[in-house]
Design a protein around this ligand. Structure first.
Ligand code: GLP
Length: 245
């Protein structure tokens, strides 16, 4: 039974479900009770139950599967926006198992826009890799990286399924990623991205563009990524600027 007369019923049920999810009483992948069961258990209408569940689905705590029911989602990945890290190390730090599907690798003539970002001439050949990045077999991001350094064509021979790009740049090619500039922009998944990311076309995504710099501020990578909006949360700490007076 719901008790607090001051809070809307759907909100109270939402808090109850959220409590079970965040304390681990209900585990990721586990089905939650049916709408009918929740109605009976809490003495509320189906519409109210549906509203609570819909909000929790929209917030990424639950997901629905057509014809099967509603399940507890994996918690979102909270990504700090302070340190420069690669996908593999991000996942390992969270005890998630990173895997990569390499969609293609090739040498690619640099376009004008990218040339400006990488401070090279348009037409110069770059190493280009498109990868689908997964954690515990769940697709999280689609990344296209353009890499520029002397001898970058050797990357064509690397096994990017087994190796992290950042680790290779650092340990084998002498161009360690040291700093980056990054922008994030909200958007909607296009058909092709959605298929790869196992979401629906039009679902929310984040477009992330990163220019990575190596020694002496030399750009080494320009990466454009599409991250699933239902899987990521970004965190940064802000300081109030010191007053000038
Ligand atoms: C992140 C960045 C990409 C970078 C990748 C390297 O996902 N958004 O710009 O290419 O990390 O990851 P890894 O070292 O796992 O290949």
């Amino acid at each position: 039974m719901l008790k607090n007369g001051l809070l809307p019923r759907y909100y109270q049920l939402k808090e109850i479900i959220l409590g079970k999810v965040t304390t681990g009483q209900w585990q990721p992948g586990q089905p939650i009770p049916s709408e009918r069961e929740l109605c009976e258990q809490y003495g509320i209408s189906r519409m109210t139950v549906r509203q609570s569940i819909t909000e929790l689905v929209n917030e990424g705590y639950l997901y629905r599967e057509q014809g099967k029911g509603t399940f507890v989602a994996q918690p979102k990945i909270t990504q700090q926006l302070i340190q420069l890290t690669g996908f593999t190390e991000d996942m390992q730090a969270r005890s998630r198992r990173p895997t990569t599907r390499v969609l293609n690798t090739q040498m690619w003539p640099c376009d004008k826009d990218t040339a400006g970002k990488l401070r090279i001439k348009p037409g110069q050949m770059l190493f280009r890799v498109q990868r689908l990045r997964l954690a515990d077999d769940e697709p999280l991001a689609l990344e296209t990286a353009l890499v520029s350094f002397m001898g970058c064509e050797k990357l064509l021979e690397e096994d990017l399924v087994a190796s992290s790009l950042y680790t290779l740049l650092e340990t084998k090619y002498g161009v360690p990623p040291l700093e980056a500039e990054q922008e994030l922009e909200a958007g909607l998944a296009r058909e092709e991205e959605a298929g790869l990311l196992a979401i629906m076309a039009g679902d929310p995504v984040l477009f992330i563009r990163r220019i990575t710099y190596t020694n002496r501020g030399r750009p080494v990578e320009y990466a454009q990524s599409v991250y699933r909006g239902d899987k990521y949360r970004f965190y940064t700490r802000l300081n109030r600027p010191q007053s000038k007076v």
